[in-house]
Design a binder for this molecule. Structure first.
Ligand code: NAP
Length: 262
């Protein structure tokens, strides 16, 4: 079992630690989490202590997961680089900091990974996009297994990391808006808010599962629920006349243009 240091025990760092414990990928004694303010530790009930000693955490670990804010990353890497001995895995979940920038900051070659998960990682249902450089085959397999415990994994070219941020991470917000609109519609046709929320969320979850389990195309599943002259096709066509698909595609492209520009 590899020892893991999570540098930056904030929202994402904590969610990763929780997921690794709950999935039994790691034991509490194998995980060290760091942050500067150690008085805040939501992981204490799970038996994980938080330390502010990044160097000691890196030294005792085989895998270092970096989960600080983008602007903190390079400075932090410079303070831990002496402890990143060959053979360790360095994995960054920091948005927008490239593998090249990380390697320049540490000034050495280690098995290096970037991951783009989403907030569903807190319930082990993340979609995580991964890329790597100078990584050994067994390290790639290890990191794949780690994130498989926290949801689903796909390996991509690093040049697609911004696109992954939009579709995979911002995608959670787009899906929430879609569900919220369903709830609003559901209330207008007679449900109380709680019942409408349950029906909308479970229906969207079931629809997504149909695609993931059956590996079918959305249109195949739509064909199964659209009776000729029926209510489903009437509603769907009205949504399309109002620009449903077009507005989603344009929203995704607008988000991408924004991330590419910044
Ligand atoms: N949240 C998401 O869904 C998500 C998804 C994909 C990627 N990301 C990326 O993940 C990173 C973390 O996001 P987040 O939402 O978890 O942010 P966050 O809640 O602000 O967590 C950052 C953590 O880093 C700690 N920290 C800062 N400087 C440190 C240092 N020198 N040594 C040790 N710990 C330090 C902070 O605690 P102290 O201030 O106490 O030190 C804080 O707990 C970001 O780069 C973000 O872009 C987030």
């Amino acid at each position: 079992m590899k020892k893991i240091a999570i540098i930056g025990g904030g929202n994402l760092g904590t969610a990763i630690a929780e997921g690794l414990l709950k999935s039994k990928f790691s034991k509490a004694s194998e995980i060290t989490v760091t942050r500067r303010n150690t008085s805040v530790n939501p992981l204490k009930p799970l038996g994980i202590d938080i330390t502010s000693d990044n160097n000691a955490a890196v030294k005792r670990s085989d895998v270092v997961i970096l989960a600080v804010k983008p602007f903190q990353t390079v400075e932090l890497l410079k303070t831990i680089k002496k402890d990143l001995s060959p053979g360790k895995i360095l994995l960054s979940v920091v948005t927008g900091v490239t593998l090249h920038e990380i390697e320049t900051a540490i000034d050495k070659k280690v098995s290096l990974f970037r991951a783009m998960p989403n907030t569903a990682i807190s319930i082990q249902q993340s979609m995580t996009c991964l890329c790597h450089q100078h990584a050994k085959y067994e390290d790639v397999k290890y990191v794949e297994e780690l994130f498989n415990k926290l949801g689903k994994v796909v390996f991509i070219d690093e040049k697609l990391m911004e696109a992954a941020t939009i579709l995979g991470a911002c995608g959670t917000a787009y899906a929430m808006r879609y569900i919220r609109a369903n709830i609003q519609g559901g209330i207008e046709i007679g449900f109380d808010a709680a019942t409408a929320s349950l029906i909308a969320a479970q229906t969207v979850k079931g629809a997504a599962e149909l695609l993931l389990v059956k590996k079918s195309h959305p249109e195949q599943e739509i064909d199964k629920v659209t009776t000729p002259k029926g209510c489903t096709i009437a509603g769907l066509n009205e949504m399309e006349h109002r620009g449903f698909s077009s507005s989603l595609i344009r929203g995704i492209v607008a988000s991408y243009q924004k991330i590419a520009k910044d």
